[in-house]
Design a protein around this ligand. Sequence first.
Ligand code: A2P
Ligand code: 11C
Length: 338
Amino acid sequence: MGYRVAIVGATGEVGRTFLKVLEERNFPVDELELFASERSEGQELTFKGERIKVKALNKQHSFKGIDIALFSAGSSVSKDYAPKFAKDGAVVIDNSSAWRLDPEVPLVVPEVNPEDVKEHKGIIANPNCSTIQMLVALKPIYDVAGIEAIVVSTYQSVSGAGAKAIRELEEQTRAWCRDDCIPEPKALPKRIAFNVIPQIDVFTENGYTKEEMKMLNETRKILHDPYIKVSATTVRVPVFYGHSEAVCIKLKKELSPEEARQILKSAKGVVVVDNPEKGEYPMAIDVAGKDEVFVGRIRKDLVFEPGLSMWIVADNIRKGAATNAVQIAELLCEFALV
Ligand code: A2P
Ligand code: 11C
């Protein structure tokens, strides 16, 4: 038996990837309904060779009969519509930040805290992409050696800021190549072509951005560890797909780089690419389109004792968003929660 699935934000970067991932993983879909803004009404998207028309999301619509709704249309749409879908009987898996820290809403990375889906009351939140890939790589180490603190610097691709930011990098780069005037930034706070921007999302009172605070608060919630410390600097780089992270961890117990490598080699959803002598390490350009989290440059940290440093890379639209959400949907089926 299959499910009636809805995608809200179907025309966006993550929305289109939901369609691909559902198809690739052969998720049991009986019927698929696609929603976006009024701008996209009537547009057609393809699922398993079938053309499906996009509907404009509006409050008059009844969502009865939908079993699972995958949302990626931004926080305000999620705040307005997720409760309505849930009330009409769907389980909402929401990719926005709207519900992540709500104590009634589980925040789930299937490789890390799968059992938390059982606590859902109609809405399950998908964590921020930077948090997901960091925790997929760190949880196996956390389980063996304990982690007291994490210092992370990110190198985040423009696709994290949506389809408009992808176009912005393209247009600015083309203009630069033609020696034309570079268009003013709209989707990102500063020019991104041939630049790095040490700001993702807005600043909060403590001088960290919201993206940086998400990495702390979401990590604590997912690991059920209110004491773990996370200090993040999140940076936008001129890359289309794939977020990279330089991560230093303070361990509770000694763990050698080789032991960490062995643990990660057998961890679910992780691929170790770590041969410095051959110049082999993960790079965004190689992981785009893949679902695993790639780890390399594993070495003893020179500040934290005991500690490790490493480099973690994943496709932010796939494992960082669409794939993680579809894996949550798979957990719902596995645990007979839908
Ligand atoms: P649309 O394409 O019609 O604007 P991205 O993050 O890649 O920019 O995608 C955002 C997604 O959210 C798109 O599918 C977009 O639809 C959708 N969206 C934005 N605002 C709304 C809204 N008010 N109601 C429904 N969908 C929305
Ligand atoms: C980025 N991580 O790369 C952000 C986008 O909370 O889901 C994801 C925002 C979020 O720009």
